[in-house]
Design a protein around this ligand. Structure first.
Ligand code: SF4
Length: 368
């Protein structure tokens, strides 16, 4: 049987009217031309959507009244809406977004002194089935559209009153395998990085993959693209296949070869994320193998102590072991940091994003 992540993920149902949200500046120009307007008005629309963040056609004061009325009659302006927000004691906020078809996804707003980091979802559920991840247990429901990806950013910036000059980092580490939804992801990337919109620099956008080699190779073909992180999490095929079923198709060697041929810019490194599961992936021998793996291509390592969640069957590592692994990697010449996930008290940390009430799809492939 084919693994389920080799097949395209389901898409949202067809819309009866075009949705201006999530369109690139060029596509907005085309939309206006189809309405008999000049293409340059697409820039006004784009600026209104991304810079002013207007969410209703009547707010578009840079357009004539007749054009606003025409847009109201013929074109949707639908971003996902925040339906619930939970603030964590550490300053981060987990948001629940409602989508037009009733599904729900989650994103996390994490403010820091000099920037804000937004953790975004790329799919409703996820096909990858990683056993330590709450989202992975949902199965895949569908891909998010570009509007639903960009809309998480827009909705969080509006909700938190984000000042225009504060840098924004985006990490695709919420629900879903982003490289399983690469087409919509790259449209969203074009919108988010457009200098006439939010102008987020590509180096501030990171896509984290579970190891979908076909997706890594496709991403490599884009001249402008986000940075790449790999959720590695184990150093032997036996262990990785047990917690990340994708490893049964593309094992550690296949993955290292894909990362070795990934075209990096000067100074760019691939981030290796390594979740430490007590007694499973946190031995000193794991540390030595991790160092050897990280040396095979330009990389840096993020150690992520596991966030306990109900029913996972895994435990967080001891502090002494975290320190020992950090020291071991640093001594081996690897750039290493420990990432303390934020939002743990509201289940907004990595591997905890899940909508318990979402309908589940029956697994169609391997499942641990
Ligand atoms: S860790 Fe990421 S890729 Fe794996 S199941 Fe969870 S959301 Fe999907």
């Amino acid at each position: 049987m084919s693994p389920r992540w080799d097949a395209p993920a389901p898409e949202a149902g067809p819309a009866s009217r075009p949705n201006a949200a999530g369109l690139t500046r060029a596509a907005l120009g085309d939309l206006l031309v189809s309405l008999g307007e000049p293409a340059w008005r697409g820039r006004q629309l784009f600026s209104g959507l991304l810079r002013q963040r207007w969410t209703r056609w009547e707010a578009f004061s840079n357009l004539s009244k007749p054009l606003r009325a025409r847009l109201e009659a013929e074109v949707d302006l639908h971003w996902p809406t925040i339906v619930q927000s939970q603030a964590s004691a550490d300053g981060s906020t987990k948001h629940l977004f409602g989508l037009a078809d009733g599904h729900q996804i989650e994103g996390v707003h994490m403010p820091y002194e000099d920037r804000v980091t937004l953790c975004l979802s790329s799919q409703v559920g996820c096909a990858m089935g990683c056993t330590f991840c709450a989202t992975g247990q949902m199965g895949i429901l569908r891909n998010l559209s570009a509007a639903e990806i960009v809309g998480q950013v827009v909705a969080m910036l509006i909700h938190h009153g984000h000042p225009a000059d504060r840098p924004i980092n985006l990490v695709f580490m919420g629900m879903g395998e982003p490289l399983h939804n690469l087409d919509h992801l790259m449209t969203a990337f074009e919108v988010l990085t457009d200098p006439e919109g939010l102008a987020i620099p590509p180096r501030r956008i990171t896509v984290s993959t579970s190891g979908l080699v076909s997706g890594i190779d496709r991403l490599a073909s884009y001249p402008r693209r986000p940075r790449l992180a790999l959720s590695l999490n184990a150093t032997t095929d036996e262990h990785r296949s047990r917690i990340m079923p994708v490893n049964r198709v593309w094992n550690l060697e296949a993955l290292a070869e894909a990362l070795g041929r990934f075209p990096l810019q000067s100074g760019e490194r691939i981030t290796l994320e390594y979740v430490l599961l007590k007694g499973v992936t946190d031995s000193l021998e794991d540390g030595r193998r991790l160092a050897a793996y990280a040396r095979r291509f330009p990389s840096k390592v993020n150690l992520i102590p596991f966030n306990a969640h109900e029913g996972s069957g895994f435990l967080p590592p001891d502090e002494a072991r975290i320190r020992a692994l950090c020291g071991l990697l640093a001594d081996a010449g690897i750039t290493v940091s420990v990432r303390r996930s934020r939002g743990q008290d509201v289940a907004g940390a990595c591997g905890q994003l899940v909508r318990p009430k979402s309908p589940r799809m029956a697994p169609s492939g391997d499942e641990d």
